[in-house]
Design a protein around this ligand. Structure first.
Ligand SMILES: Nc1ncnc2c1ncn2[C@@H]1O[C@H](COP(=O)(O)OP(=O)(O)OP(=O)(O)O)[C@@H](O)[C@H]1O
Length: 246
């Protein structure tokens, strides 16, 4: 992905299998979010392709979601004035076939679909630990609750792959631990997870594999412990040791 003279993501090749949690780490500006934007069709990659379950994906967000890839964003993007349950139901709409006319007419098929969305929404709220908050306005949830709601909304589209952009950013240790448990539970449902995260403890505890991006390129990929011990990774984060720079 090039922006003028800047190559923000340079030949990054990454595969995520179902039942896997893969971490994407790297210093600020390494190209992690740009990579997510390329996967989800927010950016049209200058070169390269995205395949999901073997099929080539067009760089169109709605088509990517419908194919089975969902994401959360670095900054919370909820419908703040809607209820918690409504937010999840919105996420369900990519899986329902109701068009605008049907929604305006509110015919029997529309009502059936709404009922189904409501049921799925309530199940997902239970799953993420927000079962008791369905009727609250989204903006009144705690910070950790809003983050969990974003995940529930992403799950409502029945994804096979979930992309999480810094899910624990700004969380206290308790919220971080709960998010770890939630991500494991999502993996246990058979969803593949690709997660950008700066919290190394989170990465080490959760990920089956980790890829490190530095200045747009993939520096290393491997088991978390191997990646953490790799001198190239240490250098990328901390700079070269004194004697080497000298
Ligand atoms: N739309 C854009 N136009 C121009 N440059 C962009 C655009 N989006 C990202 N970039 C540049 O691409 C590079 C990678 O940015 P990106 O946000 O993907 O990094 P990141 O690894 O996600 O960083 P962080 O950890 O800080 O979120 C940066 O130099 C950024 O300025």
């Amino acid at each position: 992905m090039r922006f003028g003279g800047l190559t923000a993501v340079d030949r990054v090749d990454l595969t995520v299998d179902s039942g896997e949690i893969v971490g994407l780490i790297g210093p600020n500006g390494a190209g992690k979010t740009t990579f997510f934007n390329c996967l989800t069709g927010l950016y049209v990659p200058t070169e390269g392709e995205v395949r999901f379950r073997g099929a080539l994906l067009p760089p169109r967000p709605a088509k990517v979601t419908r194919a089975g890839i969902a994401r959360t964003f670095q900054n919370i993007r909820l419908f703040a004035g809607m209820t918690v349950l409504e937010n999840v139901m919105v996420g369900r709409h990519t899986r329902t076939r109701e068009g605008l006319l049907s929604a305006i007419g509110r015919g029997p098929r529309y009502r059936r679909t709404e009922r189904e969305s409501r049921t799925v929404g309530r199940e997902l709220l239970e799953f993420v630990g927000l079962g008791g908050h369905a009727r609250e306005t989204a903006r009144n949830l705690s910070y950790g609750g809003q983050r969990r709601l974003e995940i529930a909304r992403a799950l409502a589209s029945d994804p096979g792959l979930l992309l999480l952009d810094e899910p624990t950013a700004g969380m206290n240790p308790q919220e971080t631990r709960e998010t770890e448990q939630l991500v494991c539970a999502i993996r246990d449902r058979g969803v593949a997870v690709l997660v950008i995260e700066h919290d190394m403890r989170f990465i080490m505890n959760l990920c089956d594999r980790v890829a490190v991006l530095v200045q747009g390129s993939k520096l290393v990929e491997g088991a978390p412990a191997d990646v953490q011990a790799d001198p190239r990774v240490v250098e990328a984060y901390l700079g070269a040791p004194q004697e080497e720079t000298a």
